[in-house]
Design a protein around this ligand. Sequence first.
Ligand SMILES: *[C@@H]1O[C@H](CO)[C@@H](O)[C@H](O)[C@H]1NC(C)=O
Ligand SMILES: *[C@@H]1O[C@H](CO)[C@@H](O)[C@H](O)[C@H]1NC(C)=O
Ligand SMILES: *[C@@H]1O[C@H](CO)[C@@H](O)[C@H](O)[C@H]1NC(C)=O
Ligand SMILES: *[C@@H]1O[C@H](CO)[C@@H](O)[C@H](O)[C@H]1NC(C)=O
Ligand SMILES: *[C@@H]1O[C@H](CO)[C@@H](O)[C@H](O)[C@H]1NC(C)=O
Ligand SMILES: *[C@@H]1O[C@H](CO)[C@@H](O)[C@H](O)[C@H]1NC(C)=O
Ligand SMILES: *[C@@H]1O[C@H](CO)[C@@H](O)[C@H](O)[C@H]1NC(C)=O
Length: 304
Amino acid sequence: MDYTAKWRTPPLKHPYLKVSQLLVLASLFYFCSGIIQVNKTVKEVAVLSCDYNISTTELMKVRIYWQKDDEVVLAVTSGQTKVWSKYENRTFADFTNNLSIVIMALRLSDNGKYTCIVQKTEKRSYKVKHMTSVMLLVRADFPVPSITDLGNPSHDIKRIMCSTSGGFPKPHLSWWENEEELNAANTTVSQDPDTELYTISSELDFNITSNHSFVCLVKYGDLTVSQIFNWQKSVEPHPPNNQQQLWVILILVVSGVIAVITAITGGCLAHRSAARWRQRNRNKEDMDLEKMSPINIGSAQASV
Ligand SMILES: *[C@@H]1O[C@H](CO)[C@@H](O)[C@H](O)[C@H]1NC(C)=O
Ligand SMILES: *[C@@H]1O[C@H](CO)[C@@H](O)[C@H](O)[C@H]1NC(C)=O
Ligand SMILES: *[C@@H]1O[C@H](CO)[C@@H](O)[C@H](O)[C@H]1NC(C)=O
Ligand SMILES: *[C@@H]1O[C@H](CO)[C@@H](O)[C@H](O)[C@H]1NC(C)=O
Ligand SMILES: *[C@@H]1O[C@H](CO)[C@@H](O)[C@H](O)[C@H]1NC(C)=O
Ligand SMILES: *[C@@H]1O[C@H](CO)[C@@H](O)[C@H](O)[C@H]1NC(C)=O
Ligand SMILES: *[C@@H]1O[C@H](CO)[C@@H](O)[C@H](O)[C@H]1NC(C)=O
């Protein structure tokens, strides 16, 4: 109450002050929350804008610094560009595009806040003319894991493997069924020394005589990716699917062979009686017998 009373004394200045206060607040808000964020993934190219233009003639009279946190990335003095070793051969400044910095083949270690500072000579000393910060977020997301069938290590037991690769930071893998963690086997984590990206895989053995619904869960940082694997017990517990298919093939092959033999034998018998009736020589019959044998051998091989 005292506060408003005091401000009421100069009535003309009152709205003016309020507007300027608002402007200060607005610009503070803009600088605090409005920092430009550039989201990229590993190996991509990032263009970070300094949001400032200079003419080619001015270039000789300015100093431009691009720095990340406390380390210098790139500096331009008297038109000469120097790039620090960590960024060498993959970073350049684009003077025609808002004094941007272009970083190629992004690494996870490039994550951070980049600041551009432009200084100009004034009365034989350098004065800061412009300063901008850009936040660079380099991410590496794991793709949804894939689950592969590794066959049956023993009777009633099936082995599956869950794997995913190309993410960061270091992942942790777990298998779950009905919200209970299961015992995983042969879980391996590896990291590519160049890209810093991780690969993870893990195996699980389970009894195929009952239904299952497994979840393979991969956690990295505060993110997760998962895959579900459903197993439905086959209608007949024995023999399992693979063997059933073999049986079907075997039965088909055997019935095919029987059909062929029956047809040929029938044909031969008919031919024989015809031959007997017509009193012909037995040359053709020999040929038919020769034809018969390769068919039998061929069928026997197919059923093995
Ligand atoms: C960048 O990623 C962050 C965090 O994932 C998100 O909050 C932000 O909105 C993203 N920014 C842009 C420009 O996509
Ligand atoms: C700098 O110049 C470019 C190209 O002429 C223009 O698109 C851009 O708006 C300018 N940037 C600023 C901050 O003035
Ligand atoms: C950059 O390239 C030059 C020439 O090809 C090479 O001599 C230098 O070792 C490279 N620097 C880095 C950090 O890769
Ligand atoms: C330079 O920055 C301005 C203002 O941020 C933007 O509108 C413009 O598109 C940028 N120019 C280029 C060539 O990216
Ligand atoms: C784990 O790997 C070893 C060696 O490759 C193998 O002998 C074993 O059967 C595997 N165990 C499981 C449960 O996958
Ligand atoms: C699989 O489960 C069945 C039924 O519970 C059980 O009889 C059998 O012993 C199990 N097999 C193995 C290898 O654990
Ligand atoms: C297994 O799943 C099948 C198909 O969903 C279902 O018909 C059967 O009743 C289930 N068996 C058991 C033991 O839950």
